[in-house]
Design a protein. Structure first.
Lengths: 542, 139
């Protein structure tokens, strides 16, 4: 049995930050990660198996066998799923977590994103709520995340909407042709644009080089290590202290308690041996779905329904992002191959829209792999075979533009993670059971944003526009959040304003689970910022 | 290659792939390596559909013979396309134990994976489809 000051479960975006802050604060840290260390060459550029196109698998983990989840669809049918199937709601597994292969969009949430219920009211059937903290509480940690992990962005443009004390440490990643074209379209509409902030080096930064603008950014690892996440920053700093031990290919089974008090965790190591580790403080950062599973699996006589679950709140309010968008056939070439590809955002629709709750951001899209273009970007009426299909690919791969973006979801308490009563993973641990759907208001907001995407492409010179209208479904996936939401009232939340599980002074959550709402922006910078904040709080209190 | 299929099935498959992705001034699907892609996948991720291919290819041959009097592979391209258009619409005469339109859709998808996927998957030899569409890998 090993003994540490702190155990962090999960070496993803949030867990790496927590480990770094705590190790530098002088704590001995055990970081336990179920996936592997992933050097760039361990994340293959396989176009049929990656986190953008999972047709036959993906390029990190978890492995396809032995890690099932159960999904109950909207008609009540149960499906036992493997990790690369859509409804599994997977995120990448390995040191770095989702961020090892992410697109690195580095958005802050807007001040209004923390006050959704008081701004819009609570629609019937939804669990929409304000955060117990506001933008001003998180802002200093956004600064830390932007500087200590490394963000390129337009400080002046950003400051028009986000109060900020510090500029971005690097200027924006350069524009490409698609970006220049959609900027002209936005200008014609009178829509202000903002360079998309990215956790990617536009200049050499912190000892690592600038982006080389390759075509395999999102879904893959960076070939020159110019993409920043906690693995190559805060976790590297944790290791440098000599106080952090990182155990990989180790699956945490439960949080252990003695007399109701958290004392450590039980995990299964890479040789399938069960190990017990002990610590003063446990930080869960396994991602919103697996953190909920861990809390639910940690039962004892004092906590018969799992930890933090006295009020049946753990696992509820699962959110992700509807990501409506449109595809347009342009009159000119738009693809110039300059990656990562996402350059230009419209943020004016995040709030203040007539007759919908909240809104979302839209941006031009990353460089698209040819097979993804074939699978998702062809006009609906184009034959999928024959000379015409080949001709379309040949003539138009470089002439199609895409804009899309995340919609702020209206949470439903029925969109949830529970434990499946019968299905077990390869270690015999009860698996996640996913059920429910987002609140219907999310679909209305998504429809509104879907229309804006089309409008933008039309103004940018699209001759023809197509896409798929949003439908009611369960969200989660790569942007999963909300399953251990923060709140001051333990009856309607799982964690307090410091990300500490109600009723436990030494159990924290440092991943997307704590988000009350998930913003109309990609979530990772907020996850990192809140992990800084929670870890500082832990270090300060002891 | 494709030793899990009979020679007749292989002939039909080659002809089918070359109608899904016909040659023009760029190679057709077969020359670009779709067969090599399928060969690998039939021993891997697509092993569960090999039986569907056997059934579907035998059926396509029977359907072509019944409707045109000629083997599918021996038909002219336009006549092959005519047969495939009817398959697509479910307008067929020979009974098939698998849904012919679904088989054809799946085959078209697999051919596209082989043709537009990365050469590491066995098809798209020398990145020929990427050159055709203008997807260049620079780093
Ligand atoms: C292809 C892709 C593109 C993305 N693009 C963006 C983007 O542009 N911008 C953005 O904001 N977000 C993006 N995301 C999402 C972003 O990566 C996630 O929001 C972020 O990684 C979530 O952080 P987290 O700490 O909550 O969880 P994760 O990063 O998922 O980390 C959780 C870690 O815990 C480990 N774990 C889980 N269970 C256990 C267990 N029982 N025992 C031990 N370890 C465990 C997992 O293996 C994982 O490594 C993208 C994700 C992907 C996959």
């Amino acid at each position: 049995m090993s003994v540490h000051d702190v155990i962090v479960v999960g070496a993803g975006a949030g867990g790496g930050v927590a480990a770094g802050v705590l190790a530098e604060a002088g704590k001995s840290v055990l970081l336990i990660e179920r996936g592997r260390e992933l050097a760039c060459e361990d994340v293959p550029r396989d176009h049929l198996r990656n986190h953008r196109y999972t047709r036959y698998g993906h390029n990190t983990g978890p492995s396809l066998e032995g890690n099932p989840r159960v999904w109950v669809d909207l008609d009540g049918r149960e499906h036992t799923l493997r990790p690369h199937e859509d409804a599994y709601q997977n995120n990448a597994t390995g040191v770095g977590g989702g961020a090892r292969v992410y697109g690195a969009q580095a958005w802050r949430y807007l001040p209004g994103d923390f006050e959704m219920a008081s701004t819009y009211g609570v629609p019937a059937g939804s669990s929409l709520a304000d955060w117990p903290i506001g933008y001003a509480d998180v802002a200093p940690y956004y600064d830390r995340a932007e500087w200590e992990i490394g963000v390129s962005g337009d400080s002046v443009g950003s400051a028009k909407q986000w109060p900020r004390d510090k500029d971005y440490p690097m200027p924006p990643v350069p524009l490409n042709r698609q970006g220049a074209i959609v900027r002209r379209g936005a200008e014609a509409l009178g829509w202000p644009t903002l360079a998309v902030p990215l956790l990617i080096n536009s200049t050499p930064y912190a000892g690592r080089p600038a982006c080389i603008h390759c075509q395999h950014c999102i879904g893959f690892a960076c070939p020159v290590d110019a993409k920043n996440d906690s693995q190559n920053t805060l976790l590297a700093r944790a290791r440098a202290t000599g106080r952090a031990e990182v155990v990989t290919e180790a699956m945490v089974e439960q949080v252990d308690t003695v007399g109701g008090r958290v004392v450590g965790v039980t995990y299964v190591d890479r040789d399938d041996q069960r190990q017990h580790a002990r610590a003063e403080v446990v930080v869960l950062a396994a991602g919103a779905i697996e953190t909920a599973r861990l809390l639910l699996n940690s039962t004892s006589s004092e906590h018969p329904h799992g930890l933090g679950n006295a009020h049946d709140q753990v696992g509820r309010n699962l959110q992700g992002h509807y990501y409506p968008g449109a595809v347009g056939l342009m009159s000119e070439q738009v693809h110039d191959g300059v990656g990562p590809g996402v350059t230009t955002a419209i943020t004016k629709f995040n709030h203040g829209n007539p007759d919908v709750i909240g809104g979302g951001m839209i941006a031009d899209e990353f460089v698209v792999l040819p097979i993804i273009f074939w699978a998702r970007n062809l006009p609906p009426d184009l034959p999928r075979w024959g000379a015409e299909a080949k001709r379309f690919m040949r003539d138009n791969y470089t002439r199609v533009a895409r804009v899309m973006g995340p919609v702020q979801e209206i949470p439903s308490p029925d969109a949830r993670v529970t434990l499946d009563p019968t299905v077990r993973d390869r270690w015999g641990i009860p698996v996640v059971r996913l059920s429910g759907a987002t609140h219907p208001e999310t679909v209305r907001t998504a429809e509104f944003m879907y229309a804006r995407a089309g409008e933008w492409l039309a103004a940018s010179g699209a001759q023809r526009i197509w896409g798929s209208p949003p439908r009611l479904k369960l969200s989660g996936g790569q942007h999963q959040a909300g399953t251990a939401r923060m709140g001051d009232d333990p009856a309607s939340s799982v964690t307090d304003r410091w990300s500490r599980v109600h009723g436990h002074d030494n159990l924290y959550v440092a991943d997307g689970s704590v988000h009350v709402t998930n913003g109309g922006f990609n979530p990772v910078l907020t996850i990192m910022a809140l992990a800084f904040r929670a870890a500082e709080h832990i270090a300060r209190a002891w | 290659m494709l030793s899990m299929l009979t020679e007749a099935q292989q002939d039909t498959l080659r002809a089918l792939v070359d109608r899904i992705i016909p040659a023009d001034d760029f190679p057709g699907g077969w020359e670009a390596g779709v067969g090599d892609y399928l060969d690998r996948q039939f021993a891997g991720d697509l092993s569960h559909v090999v039986d569907d291919y056997r059934i579907g290819l035998d059926w396509l041959e029977a359907e072509a013979c019944a409707t045109t009097g000629t083997s599918f592979a021996a038909l002219a391209a336009t006549a092959q396309d005519e047969v495939l258009r009817r398959v697509e619409q479910g307008d067929v005469v020979v009974d098939c134990p698998v849904d012919p339109a679904a088989f054809f859709r799946a085959a078209a998808e697999h051919a596209a994976e082989g043709f537009y996927g990365d050469p590491g998957n066995g098809g798209n030899s020398n990145g020929v489809s990427w050159r055709m569409i203008g997807f260049e890998v620079t780093g």
